[in-house]
Design a protein around this ligand. Structure first.
Ligand SMILES: [Zn+2]
Length: 511
């Protein structure tokens, strides 16, 4: 976190650039120069500093002391050819008044002033439990939901009688002391999280049990889990599964993106992490992270609680017992390199193998971790649409429609009697409502013109509308008796359907 020396606002250093690009002064200044082609007009920058800059970024060095600031930029421009200037660096230059004395200054996104060097801060929210505020009852609101799964690992394992691989999922509130909550509900201090800890055996155990470990490669078959899968296959499996989940609720491949973290970005314990991003109107940003966390979590809990979180696998013990002394030595030699990668000491490795040969290990974990509020925001962004359509009289108008996938639409079907002053229509409509209501969220509406009622449900994203009319009552012949008009939200097409067919049709759409 950095503090602005001028306006005193706080800025999370890892979010500095994404905050910058949202600022009017940054957008206004970027319009004056062409960062991409490395062209700057000193005159244009001076003009900007004297006019717009004064209002938008009063504490920016370029505004306070343009001549000196521009001289540094001019100096730098001499080696643009060899070292092109990127956008971030450009904005640092226009924030720097005394380059030789201070080095490049990072500007405050809010006022252009100088930001202090970043320093660590606690993202967790502190509170006190009980009536007295003292250090004794200091507490923190949880910053993620996952830890309870690890803390309860033994309880779950013993009461559910499960064997790895298996998963434990958790959904709930989490809290972070965000400095700049923004982008609607994308980044908030209180949010809903859903996490899955999927426990697997370490690759060394798979090797002992199956003689080899299936490693991931492009085109690997991930459709059904196999007993010889190592962590890499499981990690990719969950990326595919989670992608299917997003596809199934209306976020298709064209709006999703993936960021595979480079080795240098990874947390020290993580073997691989991929972020699934949604292309929000404010930029692609993370919906979910899927991390292969090794045995980091359980081994930390075991270490600090002093309680064993190992599992015992008799098949593994039997497999290990079958190895000759020679085979055992070969096995150790072959897998020793893995431990160097995983940053474990030789001593830790020796303990690990002793346990493994006795059939015991700490499970490893693949962790898909998703933000529920973010997902809802993505679904809303994805669903929102405006289109020009003709109204009942043929006049064109703008229709606002939320194109939610039927699976996630908050209301599945609207039920409308054609006229509310005809008791027989109302009675039949109520019958249809009561037929569907136990199975799905139904909205009953009898007021106003039918077209208006359709539009209202379009705005709520209700995928289907059912109208009960005189045909339903059999007034236009027996053939249409007990049929209704089914209207489709997206195409606005209408069809006749038997009341008896409604429930199976709708259930197939919304499940
Ligand atoms: Zn500031």
């Amino acid at each position: 976190m950095s503090t602005c020396k001028s306006c005193k606002k706080l800025v999370r250093s890892d979010q500095w650039w994404s905050l910058m690009v949202e600022q009017p002064w940054v957008q206004s200044l970027a319009a004056v120069v062409d960062v991409a082609t490395q062209t700057f007009e000193g005159v244009a920058l001076l003009h900007w500093a004297e006019k717009k800059g004064k209002h938008l970024a009063p504490n920016l060095a370029l505004v306070r002391n343009p001549q000196v600031t521009l001289s540094w930029l001019a100096e730098r421009s001499k080696n643009f050819k060899d070292h092109p200037l990127d956008a971030k660096e450009f904005f640092q230059y226009v924030a720097t008044e005394q380059l030789a004395a201070t080095g490049l200054i990072t500007p405050c996104p809010h006022c252009g002033g100088e930001l202090t060097a970043p320093r660590p801060f606690n993202l967790m929210l502190r509170t006190h439990t009980g009536p007295i505020e003292s250090e004794d009852n200091l507490a923190y609101l949880r910053p993620e939901t996952a830890q309870a799964i690890f803390a309860q690992f033994n309880n779950i394992k013993d009461s559910s009688r499960v064997k790895v691989p298996y998963g434990v999922a958790q959904i709930g509130k989490a809290f972070r002391n965000e400095i700049t909550p923004r982008n609607f509900t994308f980044r908030s201090r209180e949010f809903e999280q859903m996490e899955l800890e999927f426990f697997i055996a370490p690759d060394e155990a798979i090797q002992l049990l199956h003689g080899s470990v299936a490693k991931w490669n492009e085109g690997a078959d991930l459709s059904a889990p196999q007993p010889n899968w190592g962590w890499e296959m499981w990690h990719h499996y969950w990326v595919v599964e989670r992608t299917k989940y997003y596809n199934d609720i209306g976020l298709d491949a064209s709006v999703l993106d993936y960021h595979w973290q480079a080795k240098t970005e990874l947390a020290h314990y993580a073997r691989a992490t991929v972020d699934i991003l949604y292309k929000f109107p404010f930029g692609a940003d993370e919906l979910e992270g899927i991390a292969a966390r090794g045995d980091f979590d359980l081994s930390q809990h075991q270490k600090h609680s002093g309680k064993s979180l190992e599992v015992f696998d008799d098949e593994l013990r039997v497999a290990a017992a079958k190895l000759s002394e020679q085979e055992r030595r070969v096995f150790l030699d072959e897998v020793a390199a893995e431990w160097v990668d995983a940053n474990k000491s030789a001593q830790d490795a020796a303990i690990f193998y002793d346990k493994l040969f006795a059939g015991r290990f700490i499970p490893h974990v693949i962790e898909p971790s998703a933000g529920v509020d973010r997902l809802l925001l993505a679904l809303i962004c994805q669903a929102y649409d405006e289109e020009t359509v003709a109204d009942e009289k043929g006049k064109s108008e703008t229709r606002v429609v939320m194109r939610f996938h039927p699976r996630v639409a908050p209301i599945k079907v609207g039920i409308f009697p054609l006229l509310k002053n005809r008791p027989e229509l109302v009675q039949k409509a109520v019958e249809v409502r009561d037929l569907l209501r136990p199975h799905m969220n139904v909205f009953y509406d009898e007021g106003g013109a039918i077209g208006r009622r359709y539009r209202r449900q379009d705005e709520a994203g209700t995928p289907f509308g059912v109208t009960i009319d005189f045909e339903t009552l059999g007034e236009r012949g027996d053939e249409l008796k007990d049929t209704v008009t089914l209207r489709h939200r997206d195409s606005m097409k209408q069809e006749r359907m038997k009341i008896a067919d409604l429930l199976p049709f709708l259930l197939a759409q919304v499940r």
